[in-house]
Design a protein around this ligand. Structure first.
Ligand code: SF4
Ligand code: SF4
Length: 451
């Protein structure tokens, strides 16, 4: 029998599950809310003063670091528009060759059938496309380029034809507030998406100058999103992004969705610095791409050293040190508030999330009902898990978009149930109980994922 692989039990937050890598500031669109201030840069602060980009060779050295430290992580190559880099295929090829799970985050405008087939042949696991409205004119106005909607929709159809999985991501705002349900239907029925991510604006980069919802409006939109999530359960995974207190909405519902279980845990909710990191085009590392605070540069300091040793990363992991309501909130371990929003609106990365209306204590009973499900991610129990090779192979067939979430769920379930060895049978058992919509099969005998 093959020897199970043992993970290091000592490390608390042992490694990131997702690495979001902004490869370039260049962009063919000029979105008014861009957190990276890509394209025609307008933000003059220190955080955006170095707009240099790594060479191909430097990118390969960073790939080496990711492959050595976090080989299971989903690596999102994005921008700006990453497809504008002439060496994008070289970087993809090198990263895939090193065993990384590569996803390309693009506005979709430059997708052609030829390019899609090249990316597929090079081993890209999927793409993320942005679609902000059903009306082409409104989408184009938001993205500031005429014809962007047509190109993105065409790009999605090309990807479907080629068989390359993709998610649709929508930034919610006044421009599309009234049509979220219809965008969800369009993403699934017309474009064939299996995942629809709805992004809430974070005051970062050019997004600092775009008005967001009021806290009360935010709550209304999150409640609507919870309804859309229920509508599409079993067909499409619907996520709220940059809105970790979505868990509060779910827990407050009359008939709570099973999803809160997947939020339960010591560092659920905002994953910045606990399961997630960002890399800027010049190699600077941030806990999250939306948070312009830097923990080091990968040309000078190793990824592992930054992850383990940076004061910033260690600070942001201390949920019990959060300020204001987040610090005394019964939902802190499964929410934590958006750290980038706290920083963008108050200047203090540990401040309460100003757009949350929750009064701490009012959901204590609901949290207590969930508590048996909860497990502290990153404890020795979770980090000490061993994986049988067959189980590892099974995990490799999970679509990149949900891989991090599934890994967290498996760790959580095993810790809660006292399981120290992940086998294929254990995965089957977890699969049968997971709240995740059953659009991503990884059960026994299913072969390739359904997505
Ligand atoms: S107070 Fe903070 S931790 Fe509590 S639900 Fe709101 S954002 Fe989340
Ligand atoms: S700080 Fe957390 S919740 Fe906010 S955008 Fe980053 S990862 Fe998302």
């Amino acid at each position: 029998m093959a020897t199970p692989v043992q993970h290091d039990p000592a490390a608390a937050f042992a490694r990131p599950y997702v690495v979001s890598w902004n490869l370039t500031y260049r962009c063919n669109l000029a979105c008014e809310h861009c957190y990276l201030d890509a394209g025609p840069g307008k933000v003059k602060t220190f955080a955006f003063s170095d707009r240099s980009e790594l060479s191909t060779e430097q990118c390969c050295r960073i790939v080496d670091q990711i492959a050595a430290f976090a080989p299971e992580a989903v690596t999102i190559l994005t921008g700006g528009e990453p497809l504008l880099r002439r060496d994008i295929v070289d970087i993809v090829r090198y990263a895939v060759g090193k065993g990384l799970w590569v996803v390309v985050g693009t506005n979709g405008v430059k997708i052609t059938e030829n390019l899609a087939r090249i990316l597929q042949a090079e081993g890209v696991r999927g793409l993320a496309l942005s679609l902000d409205a059903l009306d082409p004119e409104r989408h184009d106005a938001f993205r500031r380029v005429q014809g962007a909607w047509e190109n993105t929709v065409e790009g999605a159809k090309i990807l479907t034809g080629v068989g390359l999985p993709f998610i649709v991501q929508t930034t919610v705002g006044a421009h599309n507030r009234r049509e979220l349900a219809r965008i969800a239907a369009f993403a699934h029925d017309e474009l064939g998406a299996k995942v629809w991510n709805v992004y809430f604006l974070v005051p970062s980069g050019r997004g600092s100058f775009v008005s967001d919802f009021s806290p009360a409006e935010y709550d209304v939109v999150l409640a609507e999103l919870a309804g859309i999530q229920r509508t599409w359960a079993d067909r499409m995974l619907v996520n709220a992004k940059c809105a970790p207190h979505f868990v509060r909405t779910l827990l407050s519902a009359d008939s709570p969705a099973p999803f809160p279980k997947s939020f339960a845990g010591g560092a659920g909710g905002c994953p910045a610095g606990t399961h997630y990191l960002g890399i800027r085009p010049n190699g600077d590392v941030t806990p999250c791409p939306y948070l312009p605070l830097f923990a080091g540069n990968l040309n000078a300091t190793g990824l592992r050293d930054i992850w383990d040793g940076s004061d910033l990363f260690n600070q942001i992991r201390q949920r019990n040190q959060l300020g204001g309501r987040c610090g005394s909130c019964e939902l802190s371990s499964m929410c934590g508030g958006c750290r980038a929003r706290a920083h963008g609106m108050t200047g203090d990365v540990m401040a309460e999330d100003p757009l949350c209306t929750h009064e701490p204590g009012t959901l204590r009973a609901a949290v207590d009902r969930l508590r048996p499900q909860a497990v502290e991610y990153g404890t020795a129990a979770a980090a000490a898990l061993a994986w049988e090779p067959e189980a590892q192979e099974r995990m490799k067939r999970i679509p990149a978009f949900v891989r991090g979430m599934v890994t967290k769920s498996v760790e959580s379930w095993c810790a809660k149930n006292g399981v120290s060895l992940v086998t294929a049978t254990v995965l089957d058992e977890i699969r049968a109980k997971m709240p995740t919509p059953k659009v991503f099969g990884f059960g026994a005998g299913k072969g390739a994922p359904e997505a």
